[in-house]
Design a protein around this ligand. Structure first.
Ligand code: ATP
Ligand code: LTN
Length: 335
């Protein structure tokens, strides 16, 4: 295969560890679709990452394919982007080992996601949870990605991937592209509807705290109606009032309006009206995507075909990187 591609390369992934939320959609998937014309895009379903937290095997299998279907339903075109499952390309784990030997215990100990997740899963603080960012660095560096579109919670991991790349390049000669995080300010951090100081997360046990991409309209409106706000009853993008700030932000992201435009639109109106409006806009934004998801998941043969093709393309790049890395670190290659 000839390399004629001149566009910058994008890599990103989501773990199939639950039902994807509005946070995943606005923070990640929606932006991925917007980038597909300008960049060469590679999107992975991070199933290896998902087992850092205990998963029910049948559910994980189903969620992996559902996550792929949600990528496609979000408007990412398989003619333009490459899709695959992380476990289908063994080079991810191969590179992860080598990078792990170039990552410090202290660096991994500082990762806030590790600290959060080990608190949440105190009965299962496994080694995979600790080395999770090394595997993530391997995902990115394997494809020599230039940019990594994610929500702001992943920024620290991308910075670590940059440090590892620079350290390896310094020790063994230039090998990896040093990636950059691509984070959109407006949608970088969608907050929980129940505890607006915390990010909306697909593994939150309180289902009323998150809007799921596949939620029905009635549920979406009900959840927004009961979203935690304050007693001031003035619609404003005021960061000192995190509940209403989050709702203004969600409404603005979904409509493409600025926060000021949203504030003006709801001037003099109470929270009740505004919450219903956010619910309506959200349900509308998700309804087309949900219909497309239903259509796609009926056609497993089609989804498998996309994965087969994507795995082949991804493997070609991944093999090249691993063979270069193995040679550079001194693994004997044979005569
Ligand atoms: P989990 O709760 O299982 O850890 P998660 O909901 O945090 O999962 P991830 O799979 O870790 O989701 O994240 C996938 C992508 O979605 C990442 O790019 C992440 O930054 C983005 N993302 C997740 N939650 C949010 C959020 N609340 N706001 C904006 N972006 C988000
Ligand atoms: N850790 C990421 C998911 C992920 C990822 C990646 C994102 C795994 N590998 C590589 C970007 C690039 C998360 O969102 N929790």
């Amino acid at each position: 295969m000839e390399q004629t591609e001149t566009r910058k390369r994008i890599f990103s992934a989501v773990q199939p560890s639950g039902n994807l939320t509005l946070g995943n959609y606005l923070g990640a998937l929606k932006n991925w679709a917007d980038l597909q014309d300008e960049f060469e895009c590679i999107y992975c379903v991070a199933d290896l990452h998902a087992i850092t937290v205990r998963q029910e095997p049948a559910e994980l299998r189903k969620k992996s394919l559902d996550t792929l279907a949600l990528y496609l339903a979000s408007g990412i075109d398989p003619q333009k982007a490459t899709f695959f499952l992380q476990s289908h390309v063994p080079e991810h784990t191969q590179l992860s080992w080598v990078l792990g030997c170039n990552t410090m215990f202290g660096e991994l100990s500082r990762m806030t996601q590790f600290k959060d997740k080990s608190q949440k899963h105190a009965d299962n603080i496994n080694a995979g949870l600790f080395t999770y960012p090394v595997l993530m660095a391997a995902d990115i560096l394997l494809y020599q990605a230039d940019l990594v579109p994610v929500g702001s919670d992943q920024k620290q991991h991308i910075e670590l991937a940059r440090d590892i790349a620079q350290r390896f390049n310094g020790a063994y000669s230039p090998t990896f592209t040093v990636p950059e995080a691509y984070i959109l300010k407006s949608s970088a951090r969608i907050m929980s509807l129940a505890e607006p100081e915390r990010k909306m997360s697909k593994s939150d046990p309180n289902v009323n705290a998150s809007i799921f991409m596949l939620d029905k309209k009635d549920d979406i409106i009900r959840k927004f109606k009961r979203a935690v706000t304050d007693s001031e009853a003035r619609v404003a993008a005021d960061p000192t009032r995190p509940g209403i700030y989050n709702l203004v932000n969600i409404y603005s992201c979904l409509t493409g309006k600025t926060s000021e435009e949203t504030e003006r639109e709801f001037e003099g109106k109470g929270y009740g009206d505004f919450k219903v409006a956010v619910g309506e806009v959200c349900a509308d934004a998700l309804s087309g995507l949900q219909a497309e998801f239903a259509r796609l998941t009926k056609d497993k043969g089609y989804l498998d075909g996309i994965l087969r093709e994507g795995t082949e393309k991804a493997s070609y790049i991944a093999r090249k990187t691993v063979s270069k890395v193995y040679r550079k670190v001194g693994f004997y290659q044979g005569k």
